[in-house]
Design a protein around this ligand. Structure first.
Ligand SMILES: O=C(O)CCC(=O)C(=O)O
Length: 308
């Protein structure tokens, strides 16, 4: 396992300048954006998201889990092994997805300052996809290394960007994110296998990720509440187990330039994911294709028109 360093120090070292702001950008580290953009991103004027949203995110999560606040749009993902322990919902719900019409979480997803940053990276026409609050309750196992693009039938990839904001302190002990720096540069999707099917549906991980870079090169990113990681969808990343007795929550969303298009992933390394998703939709009584599912899981958040 690679040694952990504080996120602030990691980014500051990479940018070779002091960095005090909560907005931090891995894309900058990997040279994806210009110097001008990196200066803008490290500006103190852009703290993200407002602390009020972070605080209400936690309360709202609990209320959604307990059913004391209803929301017919969101969907819940359980950690199956924690569920089997008969715990309260907050202790086994791993994710709440599809937050686009949730009054609390949209204030994060559509935060003007966040969209200003995203527009520097992918352009002014922005569609949000795949919004989630990720809960990592005590006892959660690791989330294997993967590339987010594996799940998206959308291209071009360089117009897709992921955003992950810590709600709680994220530490090595409670399962912070780790990344393999530079792993996005080859613009390759690595072979993923179903590694955690006992715990969660659709958790595929990269086979033999140590061939991409030895574990000493992996970087564990400890983050404070409000710290935000922005990353390329080819970037290999994952997160560790939560070995503490506290929750580790984060808000995350992907943003896509609205002029992107859907691609048929049949015959590619994404086909297995497509088949699993379509089979699960069928099992639940639905008829959506993989692409239609992403149409449902997207929302235009800036600009006038979206292809998605
Ligand atoms: O928050 C985590 O533990 C991992 C999240 C992640 O990598 C993802 O959802 O793609």
């Amino acid at each position: 396992m690679g040694g952990g360093i504080s996120f602030q120090h990691f980014v500051a070292a990479c940018l070779k300048q002091p960095l005090n702001a909560a907005v931090l950008c891995l894309a900058v580290i990997n040279g994806l954006v210009t110097d001008r953009a990196s200066k803008r991103l490290s500006s103190k004027e852009l703290p993200l998201p407002p602390p009020k949203v972070l605080g209400s995110s936690v309360t709202h999560f609990t209320q959604l889990c307990e059913g004391s606040v209803g929301n017919k749009h969101v969907s819940f993902v359980k950690d199956r092994s924690l569920y089997e322990e008969g715990l309260k919902a907050e202790y086994y719900i791993n994710k709440i997805q599809d937050l686009f019409y949730d009054e609390v979480y949209t204030t994060y997803i559509e935060d003007r300052r966040l969209l200003d940053i995203i527009s520097q990276l992918i352009g002014d026409e922005i569609t949000a996809i795949n919004s989630m609050i990720i809960n990592k309750p005590p006892g959660t196992i690791e989330h294997s290394s993967h590339q987010d693009l594996m799940y998206f039938p959308i291209r071009p990839a360089n117009k897709i960007i992921g955003v992950w904001t810590a709600i709680d302190p994220a530490t090595i002990d409670n399962g912070c994110l780790y990344v393999i720096p530079g792993s996005h540069k080859a613009e390759l999707l690595y072979n993923h296998v179903d590694v955690e099917s006992k715990n969660k549906l659709l958790f595929h991980g990269i086979q033999r990720e140590e061939y991409i870079a030895p574990k000493e090169k992996w970087v564990y990113i400890e983050m404070e509440p409000g710290d935000t990681l922005i990353f390329n969808p080819y970037l290999v990343h994952g997160s560790g187990a939560n070995n503490t007795q506290y929750f580790r929550k984060a808000l995350t969303c992907h943003y896509v330039n609205s002029m992107c298009h859907y691609v048929d992933v049949t015959g590619t390394c994404q086909e297995e994911i497509k088949s699993i998703v379509e089979a699960e939709i069928k099992r639940l009584g639905g008829e959506l294709s993989f692409i239609d599912l992403w149409r449902v899981k997207s929302k235009k958040v800036r600009g006038v028109k979206s292809n998605l």
